[in-house]
Design a protein around this ligand. Structure first.
Ligand SMILES: [Fe+2]
Ligand SMILES: [Fe+2]
Length: 192
């Protein structure tokens, strides 16, 4: 079966809470707009944006159980912050539920929480869209939104990632080792 916008929306609505579904629709729209602005495939961006939080509403125990069942590698930190598994679990679940999704879309879904040292333009559109969709409220979000037409996609992503890491530090939250790798890749790219 081919995954269309309609079929993806229907599947998502049956899978997550109305609140999460609303967020996902907003991220799809924001990702599509970013994609058009930055020369990325808007359909892939919309689809990845819509499906990025497919596993968001699973509990910590469900995520850990699902990750184990799906054969995902579980690091000690994943027991401290199981919530972060929702991106990898989503990828694994969706590759069975919607086998025609492209690897590029699945990568963008998997990379929406922790980023990656190998972010594609599509990945960056979805990452940023998740942070700037209209319902998001945090210090610096307006500056981020205003940057959309002013800076490159990479710099937009770098600023979004910095905001996310700053929040974790200020709030005294765990930082996943993969986040450190993703951040160091950003710094390396900026120094090139
Ligand atoms: Fe998420
Ligand atoms: Fe999200």
């Amino acid at each position: 079966m081919t995954t269309t916008r309609e079929s993806a929306l229907e599947a998502l609505t049956g899978r997550v809470s109305p609140h999460s579904a609303e967020h996902c629709r907003a991220v799809a729209k924001a990702a599509e707009e970013l994609a058009r602005r930055y020369g990325v495939d808007p359909d892939q961006a919309w689809l990845a944006g819509l499906l990025h939080d497919w596993a968001h509403d699973e509990s910590a125990n469900e995520l850990l159980a699902q990750a184990a069942q799906l054969g995902l590698e579980i690091a000690p930190i994943d027991h401290d912050v199981p919530y972060l598994l929702h991106a990898r679990v989503a990828r694994a679940e969706l590759s069975s539920a919607m086998p025609d999704l492209s690897p590029a879309v699945l990568d963008a879904i998997e990379r929406h929480t922790l980023g990656s040292p190998e972010m594609t333009d599509l990945d960056m559109c979805v990452y940023v869209a998740d942070m700037i969709e209209p319902a998001r409220r945090f210090d610096g979000v307006d500056a981020l939104r205003e940057s959309v037409f002013a800076v490159s996609l990479f710099h937009l992503y770098a600023r979004a990632y910095a905001a996310s890491l700053s929040h974790l530090l200020v709030a005294g939250k765990y930082i996943h080792p993969s986040s450190v790798q993703a951040w160091n890749a950003i710094v390396a790219e900026e120094r090139r």
